[in-house]
Design a protein around this ligand. Structure first.
Ligand code: PLP
Length: 465
């Protein structure tokens, strides 16, 4: 075997960068490009900022992966983890075993749910939570004696994770094409993005009506007795921060109710204040039967996710258990005590700071300042978002809403430039740049973030001239 080419990243033999290139297989990374460029190694963080190994500080505009809601040095969460480690570092929840952090967290989540929910199930990631939700839907319909009602509809551009089933629910080519996905029985309906997909002159309301009709036609064509659930993020995150058009969920839910199709709200990004309400479902008027959450649930200090189910789903699942004796699903670390204790402490902090009100207030500043600073920029097609989630989409032709050729990698280029301005950005499809900073961000920090972004964008324009 030929040894791999020497790493070109800066910094000398056996540097951390070289060791990374030699040994780490990174998630979501172009491996060839990584060999040439090397990693950005983060060694610490404080508030909304992180520091690299050379001591350079960056504002984390996406809270890591839309997740470190309380920033990067919350001492209370550290303490909660340490205390629980000493009390009970591990126990599980299989076969009716339980522990106190698990009980407290389930109770807190059910109390805070956007609609009446009955029970909370725990997993370790958003992907696992969505896999679990899908299995619940299948299990429920088997238990109810309607085994044909199993198909699930999600949206093109939606993001629900990367396990086989959750990647199938995801509606992005990068997650499907080279993985032989989606699996059978998972269908995708249109992305509700007015900026790109509305007909000329079509209002948001009319666009929403058309999307709901399209969904209805799909359900009817498949056979309503074969369609079990519809999965949707309140606001699509990784697919581009797509805020649905006015009246969208109202009309979609009317169709779902008509054909007895369950609604699963994927709150993995939108949950816990991000959109200016505690749940994205409240912002978007969704009444889910099942709700999945993760990320900000523990401010991502430890991996944990949850699936909330309403009484109807729970009752059907209980029916299944009475037929075969058990709900044969669960993870070794479902409701891990240390992760659960950190999540409990996180939710307490959210209550104390009134996270939704804070996100609404500072989020309004972010939305306004982004629009003021960059909406009229020649490279910017659309600035969109609600609360503390937003995106700036770059276009080649503003009038035609036409993106750059993806091969030019314009957004990734801007991500690189922004590092020189002390900003960690995230590029999304269609050359969109995400904004989803830690929910503790202040108005002054929002100003600084937007200003730095404006300078990075100006540098990009200068390079493209
Ligand atoms: N659902 C949504 C809306 C997400 O944004 C993500 C991750 O970004 C997931 C699910 C998958 O979560 P995880 O990466 O924890 O598996």
């Amino acid at each position: 075997m030929t040894p791999p080419p020497p790493a070109s990243p800066a910094a000398g033999a056996n540097s951390a960068a070289e060791r990374d290139v030699a040994h780490v297989l990174h998630p979501y990374t172009d491996h060839k490009a990584h060999r040439a460029k090397g990693p950005l190694i983060i060694t610490g963080g404080k508030g909304v900022r992180v520091t690299d190994q050379n001591g350079r500080e960056y504002i984390e505009t996406v809270a890591g992966l839309w997740c470190a809601a309380l920033g990067f040095n919350n001492e209370r969460l550290v303490q909660a983890a340490a205390d629980q480690m000493r009390k009970l570092p591990f126990y599980h929840a299989f076969t009716g075993r339980s522990h106190l952090p698990l009980i407290e967290l389930a109770e807190m989540l059910v109390e805070r749910a956007p609609v009446p929910m009955s029970k909370a199930f725990f997993a370790n990631s958003g992907s696992e939570a969505n896999d679990t939700a899908l299995k619940m839907v299948w299990y429920m319909n088997n238990a109810l004696g309607r085994p044909q009602k199993k198909k699930v509809i999600s949206r093109i551009g939606g993001y629900h994770g990367v396990t086989i089933a959750s990647a199938s629910l995801t509606g992005l080519p990068v997650n499907h094409k080279l993985f032989d996905l989606p699996i059978a029985g998972i269908l995708h309906t249109s992305r509700p993005h007015h900026y790109h997909h509305a007909l000329p002159g079509e209002s948001e309301e009319d666009f929403a009506t058309r999307l709901a009709s399209e969904l209805e036609a799909m359900i009817v064509a498949e056979g309503p007795d074969t369609v079990a659930a519809f999965f949707a993020e309140p606001i699509m995150g990784a697919g581009g921060v797509i805020v649905p058009p006015a009246t969208y969920f109202e009309k979609i839910q009317a169709v779902l109710r008509k054909y007895d199709v369950l609604l699963v709200a994927d709150e993995v990004i939108c949950g816990f204040g991000r959109t200016g309400n505690y749940w994205g479902s409240q912002t978007m008027g969704m009444q889910p039967d099942i709700l999945t959450c993760a990320k900000a649930l523990s401010s991502s200090y430890l991996p944990i996710s949850a699936v909330l189910v309403n009484e109807r789903v729970y009752e059907a699942m209980s029916e299944g258990a009475s037929q075969i004796g058990t709900w044969g699903h669960g993870y070794t670390y479902s409701g891990h005590p240390v992760a659960a204790a950190v999540a409990v402490e996180t939710l307490k902090i959210y209550d104390e700071m009134d996270i939704a009100a804070h996100a609404a207030e500072v989020g309004a500043v972010m939305q306004k300042r982004l629009r003021e600073r960059v909406a009229s920029h020649p490279l910017v097609g659309e600035v969109r978002g609600v609360g503390l989630i937003g995106a700036v989409e770059l276009v080649e032709d503003k009038a035609e809403h036409r993106n750059f050729d993806p091969a030019r990698k314009i957004a990734p280029r801007l991500v690189g430039i922004a590092e020189n301005h002390g900003l960690i950005l995230r590029a999304l499809p269609n050359d969109s740049i995400a904004f989803s900073p830690p929910q503790i961000i202040t108005a002054a920090e929002v100003e600084e973030m937007v200003e730095r972004f404006g300078h990075a964008l100006d540098d990009l324009s200068a390079q493209l001239k």
